[in-house]
Design a binder for this molecule. Structure first.
Ligand SMILES: Cc1cc2nc3c(=O)[nH]c(=O)nc-3n(C[C@H](O)[C@H](O)[C@H](O)COP(=O)(O)OP(=O)(O)OC[C@H]3O[C@@H](n4cnc5c(N)ncnc54)[C@H](O)[C@@H]3O)c2cc1C
Length: 513
């Protein structure tokens, strides 16, 4: 469904893509799964069916649709138009996006090269990525630090002669397991003395550079998502030439902001497709099973599930389309609030819909015979990946407060100009400050509560006192990530251990305030 009239070209693409996804991608899902096989083979196999579908998508003109019209390398669509098409790929999320060369994290990485890459970087990396010959990964998150605050990232990228040396440990690096993964777009600190947002830079690290080790794949609720996976990766004295820096030293934030904006709603667009497929499966299922003398669909509560799922799906779609339209009209930077709202609302709405569909399948819903359980697992990660809900919610609230204050101030100015004594008698505190005051009060309460918790945790054990914590110190002092199972579940917790774990404090000897 679209709010804006689509051009004949986009209508045609929509029809072609609908047919491609339903007649070729969905039927290929089980062949793809079987081709991956078992064990180590899962990380060494590029199923032939995928290569076949790529050729087919390319021949149909369904290739690289994500790169919007401001890029000469792209398919010439708007973000809004792409949203409508990307949702269709989401019906078969393991096959269709890759078959159309529109899958994450490659789309975001190609956008980085297209937007910020030098001519040489484009030749070396963008071209083969756009041709679907190689795949890529984006390496930001680190096990040692809370990475939802990207200023914490502490991989070092140090200038040495005519190049940079990269040292750090990353994890949850999607795509790193793929046999065709040829390049890591890697974030780290080049200048520890620079301002908070000027310390990080982005370099391009070839996957075969000496010192790059893919340590292990991580699982998502037991799914390995092979062959691309989400992996832990170590960069140990990896040397790259100076020209592998993207945009310039200290400009890492600029690059990740540019990358994550549209990328975040691409996930939302695909999620809507997954929800559509879930509703389709659910509606079919409940009409074909009988309990207590009637079809499951005839039980009133089930009608409620179906109606709610449709309403939630449509509401979620409105947010995605609005965010896409805003990116087209005012740019990703000025559409921050709309992007964040979609990023928070869509995964939760789709999770609820998937949950209902799983319920309607009974035990069958949690197994491997429908895609629902796997969809649910993937969708749950979207409430964390690309920034957790809370971080986006915080940003939405901050922007809302700013907008409300501006509105109040404008009203006051108008009232003063019109000589409205009621409004003009209010001082600026009364007119402009309530929202800011509320925010200050909330911040102060939260901070007081946090201090109290820390105090309680420390009273019992002075060993928590020590130097101020630094994620970077930890990153370089631990050869492997902390095993959270041992202290929490493996052995009895000491009071310090319990409090520290629960409050997410750092290990003994490190003070957290
Ligand atoms: C399947 C999957 C794929 C991923 N792919 C990639 C990838 O390709 N590349 C990459 O670099 N990273 C990737 N990630 C990592 C992801 O981006 C991070 O997990 C995410 O940014 C959160 O960082 P963190 O895990 O360090 O959580 P932390 O920063 O430790 O945060 C933990 C929790 O604290 C809470 N929290 C944080 N800040 C606030 C706040 N301001 N207010 C209230 N609560 C807060 C949130 O609930 C959050 O979940 C992936 C993650 C998953 C699960």
């Amino acid at each position: 469904m679209s709010l804006i009239q689509l051009s004949p070209r986009v209508e045609e693409l929509k029809q072609l893509l609908t047919d491609f996804v339903h007649n070729e991608c969905i039927p290929a899902e089980s062949e793809y799964r079987k081709a991956l096989g078992e064990g180590a083979q899962r990380w060494q196999t590029v199923p032939l069916v995928m290569e076949r579908l790529k050729k087919r998508a390319r021949a149909l003109g369904l290739w690289n649709l994500f790169l919007t019209k401001e890029y000469k390398e792209g398919a010439g669509l708007t973000n809004y138009e792409y949203a409508v098409l990307c949702e269709l790929m989401g019906h078969s999320p393991n096959i269709a996006p890759e078959a159309c060369n529109c899958s994450a994290p490659d789309t975001g990485n190609m956008e980085v090269f297209a937007k910020y890459g030098s001519a040489a970087q484009k030749r070396k990396w963008l071209e083969p990525l756009m041709n679907g010959q190689i795949r890529s990964a984006f390496a930001m998150t680190e096990p040692a630090v809370a990475s939802s605050d990207a200023t914490n990232i502490c991989t070092r990228i140090e200038r040495q002669g005519d190049g940079y040396v990269v040292n750090g440990r990353k994890w949850w690096i999607s795509g790193a397991g793929h046999p065709k993964c040829a390049v890591f777009i890697t974030m780290g600190k080049t200048d520890l003395a620079a301002s908070k947002y000027g310390q990080q830079s982005i370099v391009v690290v070839p996957a075969d550079a000496p010192g790059v080790t893919v340590v292990r794949p991580l699982t998502v609720f037991g799914y390995d998502d092979a062959p691309h996976g989400h992996c832990e990766v170590v960069f140990d004295n990896v040397w790259v030439p100076a020209e592998n820096l993207i945009l310039g030293e200290g400009r890492g934030f600029e690059v990740i902001q540019g990358r994550l904006g549209p990328g975040r709603i691409h996930h939302c667009m695909r999620s809507l497709g997954m929800a559509e497929r879930a509703v389709e499966l659910m509606v079919d299922r409940v009409q074909n099973r009988v309990t207590f003398g009637r079809k499951i669909v005839e039980h009133g509560v089930v009608l409620d599930y179906i109606a709610k799922s449709r309403m939630e799906l449509e509401s979620a779609r409105m947010l995605v389309l609005r965010a896409a339209d805003m990116i087209d009209k005012v740019g990703a930077k000025n559409a921050k609030k709309e992007i964040a709202m979609a990023k928070v609302v869509v995964p939760s709405a789709v999770l609820t819909i998937l949950d209902r569909a799983i319920q309607m399948f009974g035990a069958g819903g949690v197994g491997q015979d429908t895609p629902l359980a796997e969809f649910w697992a993937g969708m749950r990660t979207l409430r964390i990946a690309d920034g957790p809900d809370e971080v986006h919610t915080r940003q939405i609230a901050q922007l809302e407060i700013k907008e409300q204050n501006a509105k109040l101030a404008a009203r006051k100015r108008t009232a003063m100009n019109q000589g409205d004594s009621r409004m003009s008698n209010l001082n600026s505190e009364q007119v402009e400050a309530p929202a800011m005051q509320a925010k200050r009060k909330a911040d102060s309460n939260a901070s007081q509560q946090h201090d109290e918790q820390l105090k309680r945790a420390r009273v019992k054990d002075k060993s928590l006192r020590g130097p101020k914590p630094s994620g970077c110190d930890l990153a370089f002092s631990t050869s492997k990530p902390k095993d959270h199972f041992a202290p929490l579940y493996g052995k009895p917790m000491t009071s310090r251990g319990a409090a520290a774990e629960l409050l997410n404090l750092e290990p003994a000897g490190i003070q957290t305030d």
